[in-house]
Design a protein around this ligand. Structure first.
Ligand code: G3P
Ligand code: CA
Length: 370
């Protein structure tokens, strides 16, 4: 069912959605959970405005800022010379043109990353200077066809370049744009002598980001490196929680807990001992049945807020194939569905932020809350 941007009132949205939101859950939100953007959910540009530009490029981040986001999200991996760069994976054939560079052909190899065999080219085998000769390409060319117009044009940015952009745009616009860096494969990178945490804290410190009030939140799917970061810096930390599987550091340490275990109140209290928030797969907040239809919301937002943790959810994407059946429009999996209705549902749960590939839609839906 299509809905217009003019019909974004929250009450109307909740009436219109198929899922009833218990009022006790919506009321569970407290003021501690809105740390930067005031009394409204944060909009976090997931890998930049990655629905419109190849992900993790300065153009993707710049567009997201223009769309009104509060934070831009660089996933971080390391180069051979220890520089942190923005990529979702350390294997870069899916998002760069490395495969058509004959000078790097011999670097194609197979490695075991977090217990899985991966074949391709890896950032840790390239110096920053070498990586800078590559150009980004669209990860989902069949889905986001227009984004491929930017293939081959945009370099891989460093963390410092992402910070520079956020700061210069903050000054230009007169509002604060935060960064939300994620450490990718931290156990693996430490095992090869290229730990992520020390250079990350060093770069943040160099840029004056050392405190909880600073516009930075560090996230990780692993727990051990966040606990270590909690001893290294006072900036805010977010524990990422998926809807399946378990943290890789748990697998290494023999800790049997899964991500699903970690949203239980006793484990949320444990997370609260080292982190400020959780970044959750949105299916942990509103599960789907086997056919992709929404089920009733869980108590995770309420339980996390009672513990004192903020809740940010991922990933909001406008195309039908990523939406619950309830919000799809038509049968083309690559066409846009009713993403606004999805935000209305999740904002109605009282969560504190959303990671979105299409941040303009998250900002538009948020405007309907006021
Ligand atoms: O970090 C939040 C979200 O980005 C986690 O998923 O795989 O896109 O990094 P991923
Ligand atoms: Ca991420």
């Amino acid at each position: 069912m299509a809905r217009t941007l003019s019909a974004l009132g929250l009450a109307g949205a909740l009436l219109a959605t198929a899922v009833a939101v218990p009022t006790s859950q919506a009321a569970a939100h407290d003021d501690r959970s809105r740390p930067v953007a005031g009394d409204r959910p944060l909009v976090i540009a997931h890998r930049g405005a990655s629905g419109y530009r190849p992900e993790h490029t300065l153009e993707a981040y710049r567009l997201a800022i223009r769309m009104g986001v509060d934070f831009i999200e660089p996933d971080l991996v390391s180069t051979r010379d220890g520089v942190l760069v923005a990529r979702h994976e350390n294997e870069i054939s899916g998002t760069t043109d490395v495969a058509v560079h004959p000078e790097f052909a011999a670097r194609r190899t197979t490695k075991t990353i977090d217990g899985t065999a991966v074949t391709g080219w890896f950032t840790e085998d390239f110096t920053l200077a070498e990586l800078k000769t590559l150009r980004a390409k669209e990860r989902l060319p069949q889905v986001r066809v227009t984004n491929t117009a930017f293939d081959g044009q945009l370099p891989v940015p460093t963390l410092q370049e992402v910070i520079d952009l956020a700061r210069s745009e903050s000054r230009r616009l007169g509002r604060t744009i935060g960064i939300y860096p994620e450490t990718k494969h931290p156990t693996y990178f430490r095992s090869i002598g290229l730990p992520l945490e020390e250079p990350l804290v060093r770069v943040l410190k160099k840029n004056g980001m050392t405190d909880k009030k600073d516009p930075v939140i560090i996230q990780s799917f692993e727990t051990a490196n966040l606990r270590k970061l909690n001893r290294m810096t006072d900036v805010r930390l977010a524990q990422l929680l998926d809807a399946a599987g378990r943290p890789y550091d748990f697998a290494v340490a023999g800790d049997p807990r899964t991500y699903v275990d970690l949203v239980k109140p006793e484990n949320l209290r444990w997370i609260d001992s080292y982190a400020d928030g959780i970044g959750v797969n949105k299916n942990l907040l509103v599960p789907r049945d086997a056919s992709g239809k929404l089920l009733a919301p869980t108590a995770v937002v309420r339980d996390a807020h009672r513990t004192g943790l903020v809740v940010h959810a991922w990933t909001f994407r406008a195309e039908n194939q990523f939406l619950p059946v309830d919000f799809r429009i038509g049968t083309d999996p690559n066409a846009r569905g009713d993403i606004i209705a999805e935000y209305q549902l999740f904002y109605g749960l009282g969560l504190d932020g959303v990671f979105s590939d299409h941040p303009d839609t998250a900002v538009a839906a948020r405007a309907g809350l006021s």
